[in-house]
Write a protein that binds this ligand. Structure first.
Ligand SMILES: Nc1ncnc2c1ncn2[C@@H]1O[C@H](COP(=O)(O)OP(=O)(O)OP(=O)(O)O)[C@@H](O)[C@H]1O
Length: 295
């Protein structure tokens, strides 16, 4: 009785700090115009993954269209687990890190066309200290900045900017990391270790130019110092990377020990201050709808 192509629209009403009434109205109009059978679920911030999982199991949806930020995409990906259900995106968060890697068009019409299209990517998933990572996690100065931002009153880009100097002053740089890869241990000093499935942060900084989200590998990048020129180069994907600034390993698994507690963030969410990080490719992938031209 249920249509195989029925779509579940998941909307986060608070993501990106913007009202969603107009967005819901526009999405609804486009889907109705195209005779798409769909249901809408608005997140509440509580047990959303369980609620969405129940909807997927009860109603046989094959596609979930997510209007939200990276946190909302995470919730939906956790609900999907290893089910044969695709995820498609309408970027509506504050940073939209994952969406920025998929080269999605700006227009809502085109985003929905991609959601209803045929092109998809089987995206790798990483488990990091038992947290799902789809995009980029990091250990060090960027995660410390996210922690301080989350504890501060001022939101948005200004909020981040205001936390930069105090974060740098408080940080005990450089950190000392021991990386264990394929039974080999490398001890290295740096300001940040990134564990990256994708190429770039939502800000546009391309920290992992070699990154491919469907190659069965992820990158571990050790940023050795805070060098403004080298940081600026990350804004240009093709620029030369100074090996004194960043070192990169492509892996399926890594464990990292820190000499003292270091901040960890996963897909933009601060996780905690940790001494140990264990990251491993998960056995299942996530089907993500993408534009026809390869991302
Ligand atoms: N109805 C709701 N009320 C309050 N919080 C909610 C609601 N629905 C979802 N959330 C919260 O929204 C967060 C996810 O937001 P998301 O990352 O998608 O957007 P964002 O604008 O990028 O967020 P942030 O600025 O926090 O990164 C989760 O912490 C989730 O618990």
């Amino acid at each position: 009785m249920e249509s195989k192509n029925k779509l579940l629209l998941v909307i986060n009403p608070i993501s990106g700090g913007s009202e969603k009434e107009q967005l819901i109205k526009e999405i609804t109009e486009i889907l109705e115009d195209r005779n798409v059978v769909f249901e809408t679920y608005e997140t509440t911030g509580k047990f959303d993954d369980l609620q969405i999982r129940k909807l997927l199991d009860d109603r046989n949806f094959k596609n979930v269209l997510v209007a939200g930020g990276d946190g909302t995409i995470q919730v939906v990906a956790r609900a999907i687990q290893n089910r044969d259900v695709a995820i498609s995106l309408i970027p509506a968060g504050s940073a939209n890190g994952l969406a920025s890697n998929l080269m999605l068009p700006y227009s809502l019409e085109e985003q929905i066309e991609i959601a209803l299209g045929e092109s998809y990517l089987m995206m790798d998933k990483i488990s990091i200290n038992d947290h799902l990572c789809l995009h980029i996690a990091d250990l060090g100065i960027n995660a410390a900045l996210i922690k301080n931002y989350e504890n501060s009153e001022i939101r948005g880009k200004l909020g981040y900017a205001l936390q930069t100097i105090p974060t740098l002053l408080k940080a005990d740089l450089p950190y000392s990391f021991s990386l264990h890869i394929d039974k080999k241990t490398t001890v290295i000093e740096g300001v940040m270790v990134a564990i990256a499935n994708a190429k770039q942060f939502g800000t546009g900084a391309v920290i992992n130019p070699e990154g491919k989200m469907d190659d069965g590998l992820f990158e571990v990048l050790i940023f050795k110092k805070l060098d403004i020129l080298d940081i600026l180069k990350t804004l240009d994907e093709n620029s030369y990377r100074n090996p004194e600034f960043v070192e990169c390993f492509s892996v399926k698994k890594v464990s990292i020990e820190c000499q003292s507690n270091v901040s960890l963030q996963v897909d933009g969410e601060f996780i905690g201050d940790v001494k140990h990080v264990s990251a491993e490719l998960m056995p299942t992938k996530l089907k993500v709808m993408i534009p026809k031209k390869k991302y």
